[in-house]
Design a protein around this ligand. Structure first.
Ligand code: AMP
Length: 210
């Protein structure tokens, strides 16, 4: 099954993607993670993306479309995949359609802006492997240390409060119209993601079965 997870930054797409990935045994493709890895490795694409990312803006469509095209051609995507953080604009969704990629389900995880701000200020990520934690909702076993690889947990630059507000603005202007786009294609299910992680996972899995 080819799945898109939509929702504001911090709505829990990454966490839900991890769960679906475990259950359906299909890879998660996160453009944010791919860009962060490129940045860490000092590639040209990573450096190009840095200023946009740090300012809470979207990286230009042609860059992320290129990333996705390359990634989806890899063999592990043959039996399905979960897109987390792509598409984020109408031209990106159109590019996916133009590539002939068939999407089966689009799940939109809805969380209020107020909660997004709260969640993102508490988010911490492992600087080594990228795993995500939260000071309140998803604590690591040992404070400040990644459960998976013992890397140090840090706050992403783009999770700082000012940047979060810019990211939310961009989300409402550029990404939210995708709900209409996929509703018209009959693929959209809206899932309320306001409560705890397990509750949202149950709703997401139910939406995938329907
Ligand atoms: P994320 O980890 O998905 O929140 O992405 C972090 C940042 O990476 C975003 O704020 C953008 O700057 C950039 N980014 C990730 N995915 C995309 C995309 N599909 N289109 C444009 N920019 C993206």
């Amino acid at each position: 099954m080819n799945i898109i997870l939509l929702g504001a930054p911090g709505a829990g797409k990454g966490t839900q993607a991890e769960k679906i990935c475990e259950i359906l045994k299909i890879p998660t493709i996160s453009t944010g993670n791919i860009i962060r890895a490129a940045l860490k490795n000092g590639t040209e694409m990573g450096l190009k993306a840095k200023s946009f990312m740090d300012a809470g803006k979207l990286v230009p469509d042609e860059v992320v479309i290129g990333i996705i095209q390359e990634r989806l051609s890899e063999s592990d995507c043959k039996n399905g995949f979960i897109l987390d953080g792509f598409p984020r604009t109408i031209p990106q969704a159109e590019a996916l359609d133009a590539m002939g990629v068939e999407i089966n389900k689009v799940i939109d995880i809805e969380v209020s802006d107020e909660d997004i701000v709260k969640r993102m200020s508490g988010r911490r990520v492992c600087e080594k492997c990228g795993a995500s934690y939260h000071l309140e909702y998803k604590k690591p076993a040992k404070e400040g240390v990644c459960n998976l690889c013992t890397g140090t947990l840090v706050q992403r630059k783009d999770d700082h409060p000012d940047t979060v507000l810019s990211r939310l603005k961009v989300y409402h202007e550029e990404t939210e119209p995708l709900k209409d786009y996929y509703e018209k294609q009959g693929k959209l299910t809206i899932v309320e993601g306001q409560h705890d992680i397990a509750d949202t996972t149950a709703k997401v899995l139910k939406a995938l079965e329907d």
